[in-house]
Design a protein around this ligand. Structure first.
Ligand code: HEC
Ligand code: HEC
Length: 207
């Protein structure tokens, strides 16, 4: 590689980092008004049943919006009926009101917000059981204890335990779309395994 190419590559990289930072401090786009009652402006959830969506990859987030829109994961109807400020009757309906462009903008915006782990208790014994289940069955797709956004598989490390346990149950029951190769690993999980994994991910969020 000659000097000019090295220079322009590093310039491009620093520009990319710079514009990434710009987005991180930008205000939420108008379409996010329909989201912030539950997910907050910064995508960090303070409700154990609402996932933190900050910092997951834009690709993963956009897919989830499309998946809700196609009703290929449960629409969280119970959750919506309890919220006076929200007019949509459930999560699928909330997204049906938006355009494809909104999905792209929202996914991009929330992916640029820095992730912060949930502040929650960890059962050390369960967490260490969870660590071996994760190593055997999950780590090949959810690296860094499920903390790597680049895997395009959500962020598990530091996610709320009650949210995670509900997802394990929905996935095991076949009620939420999942990759073909994940399904057999999820099917093997007992209730105890689910608690163990949730505590492992909660512990890893603190590291
Ligand atoms: C009334 C509260 C509420 C509102 C409003 C809401 N959400 Fe959610 N969102 C939830 C809940 C609860 C879940 C978890 C559903 C479940 O348990 O399966 C969720 C899940 C998600 C997920 C999946 C995250 C993951 O890790 O799988 C994404 C992405 C998301 N919401 C984005 C949005 C966006 C974008 C908006 C605005 C257009 C929005 N939400 C509006 C409550 C809400
Ligand atoms: C073959 C790869 C693969 C394996 C093995 C795998 N996963 Fe996944 N997982 C994925 C992908 C890809 C997604 C994103 C799916 C989507 O876009 O809806 C995902 C999504 C998830 C989600 C949803 C996260 C969220 O924020 O909504 C959970 C929870 C999860 N996986 C748990 C597990 C656990 C626990 C194991 C091990 C028992 C496991 N996965 C094994 C690939 C895998």
């Amino acid at each position: 590689m000659n000097q000019a190419i090295i220079y322009s590559a590093s310039l491009a990289l620093s520009l990319a980092l710079f514009s990434g930072q710009d987005i991180a401090f930008a205000e939420a786009p108008p379409a996010a008004e329909a989201c912030v009652v539950c997910h907050n402006d910064d995508g960090i959830s303070d409700d154990p049943h609402v996932p933190t969506i900050a910092g997951a990859s834009a690709y993963f987030l956009e897919n989830q919006l499309a998946i809700f829109n196609a009703e290929a994961r449960p629409c969280a109807t119970d959750y919506f009926s309890g919220k006076e400020q929200v007019s949509a009757e459930n999560h699928c309906a909330a997204l049906a009101e938006l355009s494809e462009d909104d999905f792209v903008t929202l996914a991009e915006y929330f992916s640029e917000q820095p992730f912060r782990p949930a502040d929650q208790e960890v059962d050390a014994e369960l967490a260490s059981q969870g660590e071996s289940i994760h190593a055997k069955s999950c780590d090949r797709c959810h690296s860094d204890a499920g903390g790597l956004a680049l895997d395009d598989a959500g962020i598990l490390a530091g996610q709320w335990k009650p949210y995670l346990i509900k997802q394990f149950e929905l996935l095991k029951a076949g009620e939420r779309w999942q990759p073909d190769k994940m399904a057999p690993e999820i099917r093997k999980l007992s209730d105890q395994d689910m608690k163990a994994l949730a505590n492992f991910y909660a512990r890893e969020g603190k590291n």
